[in-house]
Design a protein around this ligand. Sequence first.
Ligand SMILES: Nc1ncnc2c1ncn2[C@@H]1O[C@H](COP(=O)(O)OP(=O)(O)OP(=O)(O)O)[C@@H](O)[C@H]1O
Ligand SMILES: [Mg+2]
Length: 264
Amino acid sequence: MAKLNIKNIERVERLNRMEGLLETRKLCKDYDGLEVLKNINLSVGKQEVLVILGPSGCGKSTLLRCLNGLEPIQGGEIFLDGKLISDLKTNWCLIRQKIGMVFQNYELFPHMTVLENIMLGPVKVQKRTYEEAKQEAFKLLERIGLVEKSRAFPRQLSGGQKQRVAIIRALMLNPEIMLFDEITAALDPEMVREVLDVILGLAKSGMTMIIVTHEMQFAKAIADRIVFIDHGEIVEQNEPEAFFTRPKTERASKFLAHFQFGGN
Ligand SMILES: Nc1ncnc2c1ncn2[C@@H]1O[C@H](COP(=O)(O)OP(=O)(O)OP(=O)(O)O)[C@@H](O)[C@H]1O
Ligand SMILES: [Mg+2]
């Protein structure tokens, strides 16, 4: 057992030493004096899948929003590919093309078809040609099984289909890393699988990802590393097998016990 633990620690340390694609140093965030994130040091290596777990209100969504420049931070730094992006000079519109994000509630434009929704960014923001963007759109629609819905409006889609369109929309910008914030939380149970399968496919293709989820089985299956946050602090980082069977901290044990008894 001791040997295994040392191996796990070595693995986590190796991942930490990997050249971080996205890194934070002592990131702090507060809302009007309420400290929500405290000295967060996070590093995601290229092609790594990091899953963030933690109780409701611990700061998971806030962390993802900070990484994507949707929330200003009050302390610390964020680096993408070794370049500081948390300063005032940063063009977040450019950075958000490299750091894609998908939310719980899809946020598709209701008056646009699926194809229009997913073409908007590449054509309007990235100024790619309509033809080239359309070709890529159909490649992705095919890969994710939605070609026949290209002309549908969001209201004509199921929740799972809408969420898959939202994922395609983010992928269309060719991001270097994807952030997912509880993207199955608003779905009926029978649609959760189709969305999680897309994420599993992305992991296999080598996409770097940070995933916030309450789907514990999925977290265990997909994560290279689990980051457990409580009250705005990283309490534990571990490989999935060890985290779920032998958590290092009492706070993580309590969190996992709560899940075993059906809480969330
Ligand atoms: N815009 C805001 N203004 C003020 N406080 C906020 C704001 N957004 C979040 N908070 C607070 O920050 C803390 C962290 O919230 P956050 O949404 O990041 O938690 P979470 O871990 O994503 O929770 P959940 O699992 O329920 O989604 C909470 O105390 C929340 O009330
Ligand atoms: Mg949240």
